[in-house]
Design a protein around this ligand. Structure first.
Ligand SMILES: [Ca+2]
Ligand SMILES: [Ca+2]
Length: 71
């Protein structure tokens, strides 16, 4: 198995963990719920979400998520 495939699989499971209702998108509410558990600061959460959501439609697709993590 190549390293690239392995890291994509990890990203997919990370994405699924954030996508609570499994509709294929991470909303700000889902993103916040996950990070609040980790005691992340609210302003950091919103800033991070805005950075990942490159087309600013309020939903993070797997493509956007993947792009953010491959930077
Ligand atoms: Ca969702
Ligand atoms: Ca988006």
């Amino acid at each position: 198995m190549s390293t690239v495939k392995h890291s994509s699989a990890n990203l997919r499971s990370e994405f699924d963990r954030l996508d609570y209702d499994k509709d294929g998108y991470i909303t700000i509410a889902e993103f916040r719920a996950y990070h609040v558990q980790k005691k992340t600061d609210e302003s950091i959460i919103e800033k991070a979400f805005a950075e990942i959501d490159t087309d600013k439609d309020g939903l993070v697709t797997f493509e956007e998520f993947e792009r953010a993590y491959k930077k």
